[in-house]
Design a protein around this ligand. Structure first.
Ligand SMILES: [Zn+2]
Length: 280
């Protein structure tokens, strides 16, 4: 199966009450690991490349083209998405290169400016058949939906979706970005209210800090897109560290990156099955 749209992943998942895991691509090996995981799990996958990752590589196109190529060649349903995009030029570059899904992150702006910027870019994206996720980050200060104390108000979220026309919304329900421990507790009651009030799929950012049981409960309460990055990054690095500590003479980078790729693939497969597979 070829590259699919994010709508084709999130729409059916939302209707079925399933989760749709979205994992971040850091380099070619993570993209390979994640696509292989989706093929084994037979669960649709969203691969995402963040603006931070583009900054690390110094440009978007090499990693994006490789990721699109892997998605197109995969037997699994794979969508490719740009994550946390604040730069409109980068958005346009990605769309010219074939991306049809993006998160517009204007959440650092005051509410009215977030609405104005998100609406304008969403209008452009929809004319280009690009799926749009956005973030409402007014509560809890500058970290928006990623601040642990932040909570999204269902009525304001509804007004935001109506005003901007976005296709999916990142909401604040108790998780925060880049947590190293999986200890977050989510507000399931709020997730249920948001699911009832909003006509679009809900997105959980900062899911790396959320333990398995809480992630399953969040999906059960109506969360759809589950963004996980840091957790898989730590699996990768842990395996690199383990392999290198076992052999001081090892110099071929494939001999430690390869096992790390395999470890990420196994953990991603486990998460895909846990969150995105129908109960059998
Ligand atoms: Zn995020």
């Amino acid at each position: 199966m070829p590259l699919v749209s994010t709508d084709a992943v999130l729409g059916p998942a939302r209707a079925a009450g399933l989760g749709a895991p979205a994992f971040n691509v850091l380099h070619l090996e993570t993209a390979e690991a994640l696509v292989a995981a989706a093929e084994r799990a037979e669960v649709p996958l969203i691969l995402q490349i963040s603006e931070n990752c583009v900054r690390y590589h110094g440009s978007l196109l090499p990693l994006l083209r490789a990721t699109l190529t892997l998605a197109e060649a995969s037997e699994a349903d794979v969508s490719v998405h740009l994550d946390h995009i604040t730069d409109a030029a980068l958005l346009r570059e990605g769309v010219s290169a074939g991306v049809r899904s993006v998160m517009i992150d204007a959440s650092a702006l005051p509410y009215e400016e977030n609405v104005a910027t998100t609406s304008e870019l969403t209008g452009w994206c929809h004319r280009e058949q690009v799926y749009v996720e956005a973030e409402l980050g007014e509560v809890g200060g500058k970290d928006g939906v990623h601040a642990p104390g932040a909570r999204t108000d269902p009525e304001q979220a509804f007004a935001f979706v109506e005003a901007t026309g976005v296709d999916a919304l990142a909401v604040a329900v108790g998780s925060s970005h880049a947590m190293r421990e999986r200890t977050a507790v989510l507000d399931k009651e709020l997730i249920r209210s948001l699911r009832q009030r909003l006509p679009v799929p809900l997105v959980l950012h900062g899911s790396s800090g959320v333990p398995d049981g809480e992630l399953r409960a969040a999906v059960g309460a109506g969360m759809t897109k589950i963004n996980i990055s840091t957790h898989l990054v730590s699996v990768f690095t842990g395996e690199v560290r383990r392999t290198l500590s076992e052999s001081q003479s090892l110099i071929d980078s494939r001999k430690y990156v390869g096992p790390a790729r395999e470890a990420v693939s196994r953990e991603a497969e486990r998460l895909l099955r846990m969150l995105g597979a129908p109960a059998s």
